[in-house]
Design a protein. Structure first.
Lengths: 177, 188
């Protein structure tokens, strides 16, 4: 199997068709990440397309060609954040109820589809943190580096996102009953 | 029992049907390349044409100059105007300027030992040439005044005799002419 590095080298030499192979490898991953962050399929599709086009134009700036996905993910994330900035900010609750004790129980009982739906309804900044933390499985330190924020700020944001999810899942569960 | 983190991860790891975006993206990439190519043509073709035209003109340049270009005409020498000497200012102006010019006071530096010297300098009693001139001028004025003196006739009342009084020359000059002076004032 041809490595990402070899494909990038051939694309840079002028074999543009080779870029299709890179896209086939990473498009679903990129789309899923964009969808987790943006919460809308059409927006995620546009962001993914734009990310691949931008990546093609800047392919020569990809330093570590063995790690194409982290580089592409960064482009996808930047585009998603640009789109999130255009949206009106959602009002966040000042204080969340203490759900620590019932948090795990709520998540255990909730359907996976409900969890995904609840994540999609989170405010943009929280969706980003959740996607990076639980989908990309990055450490808090890595997330802080990507978002350009402090470690504690990222930790607080993920924690608040979990509480908000627990609250929303509780509401969903009540609605189902 | 799974924790909340594990459940969230599990939920997010569920596969999502991603649309195939390759065709759409690849269709947009060559468009960009074509656009770049167009720009290359837009820049390169005019430069090539210009270079060819310049090369062709370079070979024909002497003939073109011989047939079409008129012979250069040397410009006529420009005559420089002869500077006229500045006329002397009228004497009246010079005199007035000299009169109006304030006296320049020169501050001479006098050393302390000289300023404190107890011996006074001897006063030069010899008349300067300037004072001699002034005396001569005074004499000339007096002479002219004497020449101007005329006898003044004073008309006295009918019971008194008329007298002719000669007046001093300097008074005549001061009053610019003869003055009638009563005889009583002169003690006559």
């Amino acid at each position: 199997m041809v490595s990402d590095e070899q494909i990038i080298r051939r694309v840079l030499k002028g074999h543009a068709e080779e870029y299709r192979e890179l896209m086939l490898r990473y498009q679903s991953q990129a789309y899923r990440f964009a969808y987790r962050v943006l919460g809308m399929r059409e927006e995620a599709e546009d962001a993914t397309q734009e990310a691949f086009i931008r990546a093609y134009g800047r392919l020569s700036t990809c330093r570590d060609r063995r790690k194409f996905w982290p580089w592409l993910r960064r482009i996808v994330l930047n585009l998603c954040l640009d789109r999130l900035r255009e949206e009106p900010e959602e009002e966040l609750p000042e204080e969340l109820s203490d759900v620590d004790t019932v948090e795990s129980e709520v998540f255990r009982r909730a359907e996976l589809e409900d969890i995904r739906r609840a994540i999609a309804k989170l405010p943009g900044a929280y969706r980003v943190a959740v996607a990076l933390r639980y989908e990309e499985e990055l450490s808090f330190k890595e997330i802080a580096g990507i978002l350009g924020e402090s470690l504690s700020a990222v930790q607080v944001r993920v924690h608040r996102a979990k509480k908000m999810l627990a609250e929303r899942l509780g509401v969903i569960r009540d609605e189902i009953r | 029992m799974k924790s909340a983190d594990e459940r969230i991860t599990e939920a997010l790891k569920q596969p999502i049907e991603a649309p195939d975006l390759t065709d759409a993206v690849m269709a947009r990439l060559p468009a960009q390349r074509r656009w770049r190519l167009k720009w290359a043509y837009v820049v390169a073709i005019p430069i090539l044409i210009l270079a060819v035209v310049l090369l062709l003109n370079r070979g024909q340049k002497p003939e073109y100059q011989a047939t079409k270009r008129p012979a250069p005409v040397s410009p006529a020498p420009i005559e420089k105007p002869i500077p006229r000497p500045m006329p002397n200012p009228p004497r009246i102006i010079v005199q007035k300027l000299q009169e109006k010019r304030p006296a320049v006071r020169r501050r001479h530096f006098i050393p302390k030992h000289v300023a404190r010297s107890p011996e006074p300098k001897p006063v030069d009693s010899q008349p300067t040439p300037a004072s001699d001139d002034f005396t001569a001028l005074q004499q000339a004025i007096a002479q002219a005044a004497l020449e101007q003196i005329r006898p003044v006739t004073h008309t006295l009342p009918p019971n008194e005799d008329a007298e002719t009084i000669e007046r001093p020359a300097l008074e005549v000059i001061a009053n610019c002419g003869p003055i009638q002076v009563p005889v009583e004032e002169l003690g006559g």
